[in-house]
Structure formats: C-alpha cells, structure tokens
Design a binder for this molecule. Structure first.
Ligand code: BGC
Length: 611
C-alpha cells in the first residue's frame, strides 16, 4: 500500500466524523501487519534500544514498567520528552496512529520523582469516601498525562479474601460493596460520562484524563491460601457475586480497558478463558473496550513459562484478548500472529475485533488529535493541591484500633514537652509508600529516598512546632529508655515494601526484635504504635497490652503529615477497617466472608479519639 496523501479527505482523521465511521474507515485502510502491530505492546526499553521498532512493527502500545524512565531519577519533563519522542515516531507512520502508552500509576504516578503518592488502595478502602477517591483519580490522571502517558493500569478492583496474598494492599477491601463503592476512581481517572453514554463503551472525557484499566479479571483476590497467580475455586454465581461485581461497576462508568488475571478459575487460566473473557465480559456484560493481557501473561499459559509461544498466542487471542503486553518478544509475537492469520488458524474477524477495540479507545481518548502532552501542565505535577489531597486521604484512612488502657489516651491533654519518635518506619519515605514506588518492589533499602514528601517524623516535627522537643532514634538507646523527661513515644513499625508474589506471606508477623523494641519502649513511656502495612499482621498479646494507642496507617504514601494531623491536630479519626483483623494466621484457613471466629478486630471497626 502506498503513502496516504495527507491532503486526501480522510474520514478517520476528521474529529467531526462519527466515531463508528472513523473506525470503519481506518480499519479498511490497514494491512494485516499494521493490525498486528496495534495489538502489540512493548516495554519502553525495547524502543529506547532501537527506535525503528516502533515504525517497523507498527507498534500500537507501549508501557513503562515501574521506574522505567529515560534514566534513573529523571524528572517529569524528562519523561514527557521521552514519551513525546516515541509518540512522534508512531504519528510519523503511514497511517499516523498514536500509541497507547501505559503505566502502573496505582497510587499516583510513583515511577516519577516528585509525584504525589497517595495511600495504597487498602488505605483508601478504610476511608469509605468515594468522592475523595474520585478526586484522587482526577489528580493522578493529571500527573500521568503531564508525563505524556495516556493510560493507567488501575484500578485494581480485587476483593482480597486472604491477607496472605502479596497484593492485598492493591485491594480496597475484603468486602465487595466497599470495592464497588471505590470504583469512583474510574470516574476520576477518565471523567464522568454524560447521560445517554452508551453502556459498555469506553469513555475518556478530555486531555487531563487517562484511559483506566480495571484489573485483574477475575477472582485474583480469592485464590486458595492467598497465593499470587493461584487458583480461585468457586461456583460461577459466587465468582460473579463476590469478584465480578466491581468490574460491572467499572464498565458502567465507561472503563476503557480490563486486564485478565494471571490466576485461574477452577483450574483454568484466565488468559485463555474464552468463557469468562468473551462470553461473559464482552457478550454478557457488554464490555466494548480493550481486554489487555498482563505482563507476559501469555507466556505463562504454558510450562515452562515462555514455551509453545505460538500455541499460547493462539489460545489467548481466541479467548478474547485484544492487546498483548508482550512486552519483550515483540518480533516473535508479531511473526507468529501474522502467520496464525495467514494460515487461517485465527480468523481475521478476531483480529479486526481486537483492533477495532484498540482504535476505539484511542479515538475516544482524543489521541489522534492530541497525542502529545503539554509542557505547561508541569506545574500541576506534585503540586500543593495534590499533596493536600493526599494528606486528606492519609487522615481519613487511619484506623484507631486501641485508645488507652482504662480511659481514652487521645486526644492528648496538652502538647507534650518532649517526645520520642522511634521505629524503622518513622523516617523512611520508601517504607511509607510500599511496593510499586520508584521500583516494582518498592524502595526497600533504608537509604533510598526517591520520592519527594514528608516522613512521619517530619510531619510530627512540623505539626508540633517549637513547643515540643522531638528526640528521634530509630532504635532507642538504653540511655534514652532511662530518661524521665519524655512524656510520649510514637513508634512506627511495619512491613518492608514488596509487590506481587514476593509479598505472599504465610506468617504475617512483625519480626520479634521489632516487637521486643516496641515493648521495651512501651514499658517505659506511654506509647502510640503506628503500623505501616499493606494488611493485617499478627500482633502479640503482650505488645497489645503494653501500648496505649494502636493506629493502622496502611501504606500512606508521601504525605506523612496526615498522621501528625490526627495525633496532634484537631482532626478526628474516621477510618474504618476494610478487612477483618485476625488474631493468628491459623484462623485464616477456615474463613468465610468476614467471618473469622474470634477476630482481633472486626471488619468496620475504628475508634474515635473519645472512645
Ligand atoms: C501486574 C499488573 C501490572 C503489569 C504491568 C504485572 O506484573 O500483574 O498488575 O499492570 O505487571 O506493570
């Protein structure tokens, strides 16, 4: 096919033409190779190493894995130059089809230095505040769009039934209704569809919005023993009621993309599940957006992972996957898919359906008209307004689980003269942010300080001001423990960052030396313990008995000041447990719904300063 004459009247290039006409026109002009290119999503590194790949393979999708920017510590404007550069190459191809460029901005765009990082989903679930979560979605979308990226692999609408799962913190709650309520984030990310918007069709309101991607379809939070990428054993009606319902809400809000789960349902992997991806998701639920595979999700269809690639591509495409996060074997993928169509093993109609869905999202998101970001938006990146919103989210997400031994300890009677702040998590932004921050597994080296924000310690110093002297010792010395002029200790401890299978954990305990440290502080001073974790952890009865106050702070993100607001400020605690808090892990094996016999704290628990 020859070059398109730019002056030629092209229906697809004309934003005034109806969407369906544009789609039909563009599709009719495309070669098989151009169609297969649209289906292919590659990781940024591939294109950086050889930019010609974008044009040679007519690449339709790119992504940055967490932290995969132009160089370490690159700023937003440098990311924008990078993404705009890739986009320019795609726009320069024969048909000029923009790239869908994705990233996991699952709690803000935490891949980029200087971003506002919000609490992870479990903390947002504790707020029960759908409007707050919608506003967080809008702020996140603006920061993502400022970087040039136009698609966010969020929200995760998993209903986590077992805290042993390494992705528990990506789930808003163990309760389907709470998760459903939090799907307001889709409206924040994409904007609100107007009345009369056709159900099931993707919707992206404007240039400050991104295409959202609900994940992981379906049952990822219900696997046996909380095993990541495991198997969810449930009858269909239970799967639908517990795990599928939030996806339906996302579809009703015009979500653009849905990502299948690595996990299996009753032994069958989701990435090759025609019944769930096509019969249910596309036909029954009416989803008209893109079903995008997870990272190497197709490779995982065979054992050993990555073998029988051609057969895996065929079964994934037949099942209803539209775009494939390849993300590295682009040439093999491309050749196999072209040949599967040529040999008539895969019908052309399936390719056309997939490409139509991809192009529909690109048209709807306005990418043909506005493929590039605007440098002038940079002022909104990590701006004060977004940081205040994140701080509000922190305040609303904290759950007060114990307040005093015999009478309420909070609110404090007066401003303490001298306090001790201690613990591994008191002055560590990386720990505070958790996984998917800076790097996939998060920043688990104590010396890394990638994000820009306020630690818990800094927030305390800022809020208490000159009236209070703060002594900070990560591990209080013998000498400090002997002081008698300290009237309050605040100890922040918890989990070290992790992501996905690396977070699967059958013990869910605090290390014994940490528990011992908190006890030794609590034996000496009235102690507030702040737990930074992505889930419930087993807490020793002795520790629980000795501390005055227990606060579950989840993974609060960059705005640690929200914690001091509650302890020293006039704000009231309002967070409520989004999960049941077990007493010991042994209880987890026999649970049903929220029912643990004799939990330590119940789903929905949360005290106020006066109770
Ligand atoms: C995760 C997805 C994520 C993708 C891209 C996968 O490992 O399961 O949730 O969107 O990586 O980073």
């Amino acid at each position: 096919m020859g070059e398109i004459d730019m002056k030629e009247y092209c229906t697809y290039r004309n934003p005034k033409e109806p969407l369906e006409a544009r789609l039909k026109d563009l599709l009719s002009r495309m070669t098989l190779e151009e169609k297969v290119g649209q289906i292919t999503q590659i990781e940024r590194r591939i294109a950086t190493a050889n930019k010609d790949i974008i044009t040679k393979f007519y690449i339709g999708g790119m992504l940055s894995a967490t932290g995969s920017g132009p160089f370490p510590d690159a700023l937003c404007s440098e990311w924008a130059d990078m993404v705009n550069g890739f986009q320019k190459l795609a726009m320069g191809t024969r048909l000029g089809i923009p790239l869908l460029y994705g990233i996991d901005a699952i709690h803000g765009i935490a891949s980029i230095k200087g971003a506002t990082i919000f609490p992870h989903n479990i903390g947002l679930g504790a707020t029960r505040d759908a409007d707050l979560v919608r506003r967080i979605g809008a702020a996140t979308a603006l920061e993502v769009k400022t970087s040039g990226i136009n698609c966010n692999f969020a929200p995760c609408v998993a209903v986590c039934k077992d805290p042993r799962w390494g992705r528990c913190y990506e789930s808003f709650s163990e309760d389907t209704e709470v998760v459903r309520n939090m799907t307001s984030i889709v409206t924040g990310l994409q904007g609100e569809p107007p009345t009369g918007h056709q159900r099931g069709h993707p919707f992206v309101a404007g240039r400050h919005n991104v295409a959202a991607c609900a994940k992981h379809f379906v049952g990822d939070g219900g696997t046996e023993g909380g095993k990541n990428e495991g198997n969810t054993l449930l009858p269909y009606n239970e799967l639908e009621k517990i795990h599928m319902a939030p996806f339906l809400d996302c579809i009703n809000k015009g979500v653009s993309m849905i990502m299948p789960s690595y996990s299996s349902w009753n032994g069958d992997k989701l990435h090759a599940n025609r019944f769930l991806l096509t019969d249910v998701l596309k036909d029954k639920l009416g989803f008209k957006g893109i079903v995008i595979s997870d990272w190497r999700g197709i490779d995982r269809l065979s054992e050993p992972c990555g073998s029988n690639y051609r057969a895996c591509i065929l079964s994934a495409m037949e099942s209803g996957i539209d775009m494939v996060m390849v993300p590295y074997r682009y040439d093999e993928f491309f050749d196999h898919l072209v040949s599967l169509v040529k040999s008539e093993e895969l019908p052309m109609a399936r390719i056309d359906d997939a490409v139509e869905r991809i192009l529909r999202v690109k048209f709807v998101a306005g990418l043909f008209e506005h493929p590039y970001t605007e440098k002038s938006w940079i002022d909104s990146f990590g701006c004060e307004k977004h940081r205040n919103l994140a701080r509000e989210a922190v305040r609303k997400s904290l759950v007060l689980l114990k307040n005093g031994k015999n009478k309420p300890h909070l609110p404090l009677e007066s401003k303490p003269k001298k306090i001790l702040v201690a613990g591994t998590h008191a002055h560590n932004l990386g720990f505070q942010c958790g996984g998917w921050t800076g790097k996939w597994q998060g920043l688990n080296d104590e010396n890394e300080r990638f994000p820009v924000g306020t630690t818990i310690l800094e927030g305390i110093i800022e809020t208490t001001g000159k009236d209070t002297e703060t002594i900070y010792e990560k591990e209080p010395s013998e000498h400090t423990l002997k002081r008698d002029d300290i009237s309050l200790a605040i100890v922040a401890v918890g989990e070290v960052p992790y992501a996905e299978s690396f977070g699967d954990n059958e013990k869910l305990e605090l290390p014994s030396e940490i528990t011992g440290m908190v006890i030794s502080v609590a034996e000496k001073f009235p102690t507030l313990m702040i737990l930074i974790s992505g889930r419930a952890l087993a807490l020793s009865p002795e520790l629980l008995d000795k501390i005055e106050v227990l606060i579950a702070a989840w993974l609060p993100g960059t705005e640690g000041g929200g914690i001091a607001d509650l302890v020293f400020g006039d704000y009231e605690f309002q967070g409520r447990l989004p999960i049941t808090w077990f007493r010991s892990v042994d209880q987890l094996s026999n649970r049903t719904e929220h029912m643990l016999t004799d939990p330590l704290f119940r789903f929905g628990d949360g005290l106020t300063k006066y109770t």
